[in-house]
Design a protein around this ligand. Structure first.
Ligand code: PLP
Length: 366
């Protein structure tokens, strides 16, 4: 049985009419950049996230960048984040001119560890960027307590976590601002690049919406320089067509994840993220930790099952950050994850039988 890691075609075919119609309307109206289709999506996505404001932007990297800028982050400031994330998180920090400071993650949820944040704060620290990795929310109440003690802003990188909840509260309502990616492979994916910034703070929302559009107050008035970080009308139309299905897709992902859990829960040589009722994960990825990852990956590949690794090199060990001079061994949890994690196929269109088959094949190699 051939099982790809991701099947965007299956999803498209299931809602082809909605998508095609949405795209055609944007073309008919020549509403290519910004405009009514972006506004309509922003309204619907804000409602989905349970927040006052959603601002559509160019991609998930720019979403983090603009959210940081809107929180006043710039040169001379320090921003704390984690090394087990996609490089976009730290690129966005550097783009503001601020300095990156890493802390390790919790071995239970693989998300930012509040105690380590507490220890890493310096007089220059202005913000923290927890990453809701694989769709699992970080411990936002612990992080908020640290942030409150030190006057730090929280910008949640929710690129993998549309619809996630912590202690029953939607992820976008926690911290000061949350950012999303709508990269095609994300849980809510456009047909090109797109991103979003959500917040309950009117000032942050206003700043982001000006910064994304050349600092425009009106068509010909620029209070300051901004950037070209706008969302396309066609992407907004695709996202609006998909949004009504997102919760059922999340339900299906969670169901498949629960099936995987039954196979891997009690296994002595497999680690999976701990789940509890505080963390409502939307399972962007289903990730197991195994000693001999290559053996499992090769065995699955021989059975035509594609897998991924998120991420094989923690950011502090990337060449791009060699100048930070952080030696190996500094962040043991992230480094162990980089050696051991293996992402199994997980998407709504998989059948229960396929999930069982993948799990059985994985167990055969362990
Ligand atoms: C995908 C991703 C991003 C970047 O999103 P783009 O839309 O590709 O720019 C940022 N952070 C994390 C954690 C991601 O997974």
């Amino acid at each position: 049985m051939k099982i790809p890691f991701l099947d965007l075609q299956a999803q498209y075919l299931s809602i082809k009419q909605d998508i095609d119609k949405g795209i055609q309307k944007v073309i008919d109206d020549l509403a290519f950049i910004g405009g009514p289709y972006v506004k309509a999506f922003e309204k619907d996505f804000a409602e989905f996230c349970g927040v006052e404001y959603a601002v559509g932007v160019s991609n998930g990297t720019d979403a983090v960048f603009l959210a940081l800028l809107a929180c006043g982050i710039g040169p001379g400031d320090e921003v704390i984040t984690v090394p087990n994330t996609f490089i976009a998180t730290t690129e966005a920090i550097s783009m503001t001119g601020a300095d990156i400071r890493f802390v390790d993650v919790s071995p239970k949820t693989f998300t930012m560890d509040a105690e380590q944040v507490e220890a890493a704060v310096t007089p220059r620290t202005r913000a923290i960027v927890p990453v809701h990795l694989y769709g699992c929310p970080a411990h936002m109440t612990d992080l908020q307590a640290v942030a409150d003690r030190h006057g730090l802003k929280i910008i949640g990188d929710a690129a993998q976590a549309h619809g996630a909840r912590f202690q029953d509260r939607p992820i976008g309502t926690l911290g000061d601002v949350a950012t999303f990616s709508f990269y095609p492979g994300k849980n809510l994916g456009a047909y090109g690049d797109a991103g979003g910034v959500v917040t309950n703070d009117a000032e942050i929302a206003d700043k982001v919406s000006r910064l994304r559009n050349h600092g425009r107050a009106t068509k010909y008035e620029h209070d300051q320089e901004g950037y070209n970080c706008r969302m396309d009308g066609i992407q907004a139309a695709v996202l609006s067509a998909k949004l009504p299905y997102l919760q059922q897709w999340i339900d299906q992902r969670r169901k498949h994840a629960a099936t995987y859990d039954t196979y891997f829960n009690e296994h002595p040589s497999i680690t999976i993220p701990e789940t509890d009722s505080d963390h409502y994960s939307v399972y962007h990825l289903y990730v197991i930790g195994v000693e001999d990852r290559a053996a499992v990956q090769n065995h699955l590949s021989a059975q035509n099952i594609s897998t991924g690794v998120h991420y094989p090199v923690p950011l502090h060990r990337q060449q791009a950050y060699a100048h930070l001079g952080i030696p190996g061994g500094t962040f043991p949890v992230s480094e162990k994850m980089a050696r051991q994690t293996l992402s199994l196929p997980l998407y709504p269109e998989l059948s229960e039988e396929q999930v069982q088959y993948i799990a059985e094949q994985a167990l055969n190699a362990i």
